[in-house]
Design a protein. Structure first.
Length: 156
């Protein structure tokens, strides 16, 4: 078995970070891990059970085809988990920025709203640029009209 010092260092650092955070903020970390466990059970529970079952069946058989099947099922499982995780992070960011926008009176915009606004502005720009011009633009004057320097009438 090849031991990799980089894998050990990264794993040790992650364990140390979680231990320090758990010791410093036990209630908050408990809440985070409870939500994480609930998300795993609700979102990917059956996929996880299937992946473990196929892994155990494949390792018990020891054949190359079983190993290939395990790899493909693991790939599908990881893609599903990745997509679910990306969606969860996107939704969390949208909720966070929506709450910040409400707290600041609309100064902060959620990423979903910004993406929708950008897409609609781009579509609006494309429809205007692709529309045929009905008339030629008016020529621009080279110098602005001189400002009037007469004093304003006195009111009295």
């Amino acid at each position: 078995m090849n031991d990799s010092p980089a894998v050990f260092r990264i794993s040790a650092a992650l364990i140390l970070v979680f231990v320090i955070l758990g010791a410093a903020y036990p209630v908050a970390m408990g809440t985070v891990f409870n939500h994480l466990q609930d998300w795993i059970v609700e979102t990917i529970g059956w996929y996880y059970i299937l992946a473990v079952a196929f892994f155990l069946a494949g390792t018990a058989s020891g054949s190359a085809m079983a190993t290939l099947g395990i790899g493909l099922i693991g790939l599908v499982f990881m893609l599903i988990v990745l997509w679910s995780g990306v969606r969860a992070v996107w939704n969390a960011l949208n909720r966070l920025f929506t709450a910040m926008g409400q707290a600041t009176g609309g100064v902060v915009m959620a990423p979903g709203m910004a993406a929708a606004a950008t897409a609609s502005a781009g579509a609006c720009f494309e429809s205007r640029s692709s529309a045929p011009a009905s008339r030629s633009p008016a020529p621009a004057s080279r110098s602005p009209a001189p400002a009037s320097r007469s004093p304003a009438p006195a009111s009295g």
